[in-house]
Design a protein. Sequence first.
Length: 366
Amino acid sequence: MAKRVLMLLSNEYRPDPRVEKEARTLSGKRMDMTVLCWDREHAYPPERDENGVHVVRVRTKKVKDKPSLARNYLFFVLKALRSAKGREFDAVHAHDLDTLPIGLLVSRLHGKRLVFDAHEHYSRMVEPDVPHFIVPLLDWIEARMVRCTDRVIAANDMIAEYLQPYAREKVVVVMNCIDPPKAAERREREGLTVFYGGALEPQRYILEVAEAVERCDGVRMRIAGTGSLQPKVEEMARRSTGKIEFLGYLDQARMREEITSADIMVALLDPINENNRIGTPNRLFEAMALGTPVLATEGTLSGRIVKEEKSGLTMDWTKDQLCDVIRPLRTPGKGEEMGRNGIRAVSERYNWKEMSKRLFLLYDSI
């Protein structure tokens, strides 16, 4: 088993929920874990231990938007390579395609094993933001790089199915699950509370749901997170008559408190994008574990899970239907029944205890 692991990540590790779970889980097996990541905002300490994980953050010029992200990416690659050069490790664990080139170079230069961890179908995730020809090019690059890895991890079965033809070994599925937590204290509010917590980015129907909530009697929406849509969310909250509230960035404890206190958690994704169809948002399993019904999109993997487990509601998005779709939550006991179904599904299948076993077996093999 590799005893020292260098994880590569292209965000700040605030921490990143999936990466933190994996790093802390492996650290609990007496493995030395280092996360080498990109402090895009110059807002975090350059190097320190965080909950048993050694975190190293490299900086480029500040990243303020997507064009500056693209301009600074190469500098992140070079600085990450330089930082990795003087470190001791037995394996490299690259999170998503944007760190896989770094992982491949580091593993070859140091003669170490390489694990690729695919959180998304990457090309489809960035498809709305890049020229059309970039999408197949990224798929081509990913396929060839995956062939050079020692093991591959995927965030769900559909991503694993896409990557399997290029992997040397069977792709290991480690889903974005959590162990059933102690329930946070529920704050009772008048009417129905719809909550969204996560990245404030397009194709998640955040603004559309907020607009629809304005027309639903007895319904309010609370929104938490950061991202490119934040100015628009803040403006909507300012113009609202108190039905839309923006909470900003929340730590894990506050986020779980909001999820627990909500009547339904929004996990809608626009199915026009393939990555959305096959993705499973972190908040999906978190809401299920906390006993909060989930609102998901028909035609997506997250929608299929919600429907199969009867842990929430699904819809083909139209803003005129939202009020009708969430009306069952007004029936006494209906929301609680969906919540219990979600908790049961997490206890039996979608839990981190099960996922951590898969992670341990993978590292035992290298």
